[in-house]
Design a protein around this ligand. Structure first.
Ligand code: DOR
Length: 427
């Protein structure tokens, strides 16, 4: 129960999984109290010209705490998320120590309790994400962990991955995979192709991702395990997932904004801000990722928000760590760059990822009486310029610095509390 005063989101267009309608939305005691025309309350939050939608859900956020708090904390990451319209984020386990035990799961969940968005965590599939021994998934699942991944790395060993899938099936949880064959990628720092050859930077072939996508589809068929493919980046990966879904396998996939907006040609600047795993690919791959979002092969847009300190991103390209900020630009990039109908775009950023994360009882809900008030209010017409130093993140590694984007979050409501009002964080 929220102790925040009743308010009305006034003059907006509600868009949720049920469709679109012009309506005011009254929020009280943490829930949506009423949806309809000409509603009033003591307090009014202006939503005129705006879309009122379920809060966004990110299934792929690197928060860096514990261990690398100089790059991000749970609190700063969650604040950026709220500013980006997110009411729920799923933390990745590649922290120090890794999130591979009940103790570290509890630590992250505890840090998230006072954050301005709901912080959920994934757990590692293997101990220390080292790919050698299964992590104690059951003790993490008992704390509510619904997604397991070694993100930052893929599980290399076929037999171990099969065992993980069998174990996960018994627990009723989802495995998420960062598809990358280490042996093929070893020593590569960007996509292997025309630009890596020209720039003299060692590359990672598309096949390094595709082999693992192919293997995991085969293992999903063998075990019946739900598998979610993280940050799909190649045309053939998208095609394989399309076929797997058509064959009725329990497979889902996400795409990141950088993989549908940027190509490997960006690396010509030798600026490590464009270094990311999986790497930026070709124009044909970008087109295939967009087509996958359009035809529903890829059901989720995920940020892969990966903060790195300026010092580390100022290293030479081959020494800098991979990763890009994403939480505060994802929605605007999707609105600006994708010609998707709004319910499809918002489905990919809210109610579909809420299902992947297993939080669809609270997030991505229809905007309807009695539902939890996790909402975002988006001004789709406003244009703004990306400035990393204005972001909530402790890091500055946005590849979109200076880019003009259309569409921005005006208000974010978490469990009935306005945590962002008129683009300003309230806590
Ligand atoms: O670019 C990336 N950065 N890809 C990953 O998989 C990990 C991430 C990170 O943690 O920085």
């Amino acid at each position: 129960m929220s102790d925040h005063p009743t308010f009305v989101l006034k003059g907006g267009r509600v868009v949720d999984a049920r469709g679109e309608r012009l309506a005011d939305v009254v929020v009280a005691d943490g829930v949506v109290r009423a949806v309809g025309v000409d509603l009033s309350a003591d307090r009014v939050l202006d939503a005129s010209g705006c879309i009122v939608a379920p809060g966004l859900v990110d299934v792929h956020t690197h928060l860096r705490e514990p261990g690398r708090e100089e790059a991000e904390t749970v609190e700063t990451g969650a604040r950026g998320a709220a500013l980006g319209g997110y009411t729920a984020i799923l933390a990745m386990p590649n922290t120090t120590p890794a999130i591979d035990s009940a103790a570290v799961v509890n630590q992250v969940l505890e840090l998230g309790r006072t954050a301005p968005c709901d912080v959920y965590t994934s757990g590692a599939i293997t101990v220390d994400r080292a790919g050698e021994q299964l992590a104690p998934m059951a003790e993490m699942a008992a704390l509510g962990v619904r997604v397991f991944t070694d993100d930052g790395a893929g599980v290399q060993d076929n037999r171990l991955m099969r065992r993980a899938m069998e174990y996960a099936t018994g627990l009723g949880v989802t495995l998420a995979q960062h598809c990358e064959d280490d042996a093929l990628c070893g020593g590569g720092h960007m996509h292997e192709g025309e630009w890596s050859a020209r720039l003299g930077i060692a590359g990672q072939p598309a096949e390094a991702e595709e082999l693992m996508v192919m293997r995991d589809i085969a293992l999903a068929r063998l075990t019946g395990c739900r598998i979610h493919f993280q940050h799909l980046s190649t045309a053939r990966s998208v095609a394989m997932v399309r076929d797997a879904v058509a064959a009725g396998l329990p497979v889902t996939a996400e795409a990141t904004p950088h993989h549908f907006t940027l190509t490997h040609a960006e690396c010509a600047s030798y600026d490590p801000v464009f270094k990311v795993n999986p790497p930026l690919r070709t124009e044909a791959d970008v087109a295939a990722v967009r087509a996958g979002l359009t035809d529903g092969t890829i059901t989720a847009i995920a940020t892969d928000h990966a903060p790195h300190t300026p010092e580390s991103k100022e290293l030479p390209f081959d020494q800098a760590p991979p990763g890009m900020l994403g939480l505060e630009t994802a929605l605007a990039l999707a609105l600006t760059e994708l010609a998707l109908p709004l319910p499809v775009l918002l489905g990919a950023m809210s109610w579909n990822p809420a299902k992947v994360a297993g939080v669809d009882d609270v997030h991505g809900r229809p905007v309807a009486e009695g539902e939890p008030a996790n909402l975002c209010v988006i001004d789709p017409e406003i244009t703004w310029t990306v400035r990393a130093d204005a972001m909530a993140s402790r890091s500055r590694n946005s590849p979109y610095e200076g880019r003009e984007l259309k569409g921005r979050v005006r208000h974010t409501i978490l469990a009935g509390e306005p945590v962002v009002i008129a683009g300003e964080p309230q806590r």
